[in-house]
Design a protein around this ligand. Sequence first.
Ligand code: SF4
Ligand code: SF4
Length: 234
Amino acid sequence: MIRDVDIKDIWDGRFYAEEDMAPVGCDDCRGCSDCCRMTGDSIVLDPLDLYHLTCGTGKTFTGMIEKEIEIRLVDGMILPNIMEHDENDPSRADGCPFLDKNGRCSIHEFRPGFCRLFPLGRYYRDEDRSFRYFVQKGECTKGGSTPVRVRDWIGVSREEIRQYESFINTWHFFLKDVSARLPLLTDRSRDQVTRYILQVFFVEPYRKDLDFYSQFEGRMRKAKKALAPLLPGR
Ligand code: SF4
Ligand code: SF4
């Protein structure tokens, strides 16, 4: 999700690369689950999240709809997010549906990228289509400040980090390019494009026995070909 804010309002003054140490450590969130409650629709999922969630839980995208995830309009696109439980439903704990009764994440190993990143954010640069990490000021209520390597914080191995960051960048700028073109389309075409992207990158099941990145690249090639008239020159 693109946040239209002045970065100086939420920034600690430094950018970090994947091997840099960032002041984010918070004693393994011991005794705190603040950012797993009142999540609203903020935990927007990307295709890698869907791959992790479906492989990790054994559920399909459609099997999770209206139970753990929902779909909403984000920057003109139809994208899935983790749905927050209704605080008035006494049969459920409030907050994220993956939060267990001890206040811990029940899917820690395959939690979404948004959760892995927090309280880090990503600042995307249009000039060279790249991004840097930054620490969001005052977001961790425990005041995390122990230095941790960014790559370790987000839980991506040294072997995987290049592919991971390439995927993050490709997905971000693909959505941005499509979003920019949507206002030029008729309502019908806009609906077709956004539903097509949802179908290709989220609804069609990913194969657990195959590497995510090669599956994503195949789908991206297919989508760019199908959407070529919409995205000239990309
Ligand atoms: S607010 Fe900080 S300590 Fe609490 S759950 Fe979130 S990251 Fe962990
Ligand atoms: S998926 Fe896990 S880490 Fe993310 S909000 Fe839910 S319980 Fe918290």
